[in-house]
Every structure is written in C-alpha cells, then in structure tokens.
Design a protein around this ligand. Structure first.
Ligand SMILES: [Zn+2]
Length: 228
C-alpha cells in the first residue's frame, strides 16, 4: 500500500511538474477526526497525511487526492476531473456514514473531563511532568474514558492529542503510584512518538523501555494492575 501511494504521488508530481526533480515523499494514512488530508514541504521532503477513512479507496480517488494536494502546494490549477470525482466520492453515502461514525467515536473524547471522582488527570500529568520530564512536555487533553473499559487501561490518541485513561482507575482503592504509572507510560508515548496507522498502536522501543524503568514503583504498579 505504501509503495502504491508513493507511485501515485510520483506520477502525479511528474504530470504537474514535468522537468523538476522528483522530491522525497513521506506519505501515510492518519487518524484525523474527519475526512481530511494535509501536505507540507519541509527540508526538501514532502510530508502527506491522508485520512485513514480513505484507506482502501479506489486508486483513482488516491490519484485525485495526490493531484489536489500537489496542485495546492505548487500553486497550480486543480483539474476539475479530479476535484469533481473526489467530491462525489467523499459525499457518497458509504463515505459519509463512515465519517459520521468516526466523528462520533473520536469526537466523544473531547467532551470528557480530566476531573474524576478521586483523581484529577491534569494534576497528575503536571506533577509527573515536573518530576520526570523537567516540565518540558506540553500537556495534551487528559480525559477519563466514558466506559469502565478493562481491555484498554489507557492510550494516547495522536489524532486528538489526548491521553485517555480507563475510569476503572478512578477509585480510592487504586493507589496513587498505580495511576501515576499508567499516566507516566502514556507520557512516554508522547515523548517517543511512533509512525502511526490508526490511533491506538502501542510501540515500546528500547529507549521507551529504559525510560520506563526509571519509574520508582514500577514493579508494585505492574503487580497492582494485574490484580485489579
Ligand atoms: Zn504503551
């Protein structure tokens, strides 16, 4: 898929700028909250993010997107064949239903609050930030999940720049070091970003693991989480 996307962008670039050297492309699908695509040129590399809602779209639609984005960044006229076909596809019933669903699921997190019954996630983030990160991490949106989800303790959602923690941990019988550990783990995801397809991939490289070991109550926290 990645290969195919690259070819599409290279072809489109060639058609738009026949004589210019072909730049390096970095193209990925990304979990935006909506059907959206972005393009920017930095240090000679063209970075493209295409809504993951469009993953699996017909090749012609991906060609339309490539043309529209490249025309935009190089200030060329957008051919109506491409803009019309793309618009028609986006507004088709299947696509709008999919987008509506994702808006509901991804948008819902934004109305949640950092203040739980027992713990305030903003406060926990700020204290850990001072203690372990020299206060250098920008605080994302901190929210409790709506459901008592046990399968996902917590996750960092880059599409919304949000850390979502399961409400299971908002109880007095959950010790502070356990909730601290959960938030600390997600802060490490913030600090060590990975290339994402979808919003919930959890990758723990060697640097991540080494830094996780700096947490003082690591073993107790892990043990507690197992028994909860
Ligand atoms: Zn993780």
């Amino acid at each position: 898929m990645r290969e195919k996307l690259h070819h599409i962008f290279q072809r489109s670039y060639r058609a738009l700028r026949p004589r210019a050297p072909i730049p390096v492309f970095q193209v990925e699908f990304y979990a935006f909250a909506n059907v959206n695509s972005t393009i920017r040129l930095r240090d000679g590399v063209i970075h493209v993010r295409i809504s993951d809602l469009l993953e699996g779209s017909p090749e012609t639609i991906l060609e339309d997107i490539a043309h529209i984005l490249l025309a935009k960044i190089y200030r060329k006229p957008i051919q109506s064949l491409h803009s019309t076909r793309y618009r028609r596809y986006i507004s088709s019933h299947a696509m709008s239903a999919k987008a509506h669903l994702v808006r509901q699921v991804r948008g819902r997190k934004l109305i949640a609050s950092p203040q739980g019954r027992v713990y305030n996630l903003d406060q926990i983030f700020d204290e850990l930030n001072r203690q372990f990160f020299f206060g250098l991490l920008a605080r994302p949106q901190m929210t409790w999940s709506r459901a008592h989800a046990r399968n996902s303790l917590a996750h960092y959602d880059p599409a919304h720049n949000a850390i979502v923690v399961s409400r299971v941990f908002d109880q007095a019988r959950v010790p502070r070091y356990a909730i601290d550990y959960i938030v600390y783990h997600e802060m490490l995801h913030l600090k060590h970003p990975v290339k994402l397809r979808g919003s919930r991939r959890c990758v723990h490289g060697p640097e991540f693991q080494a830094e996780e070991k700096l947490f003082p109550h690591l073993e107790e926290a892990k043990f507690f989480l197992k028994t909860l």
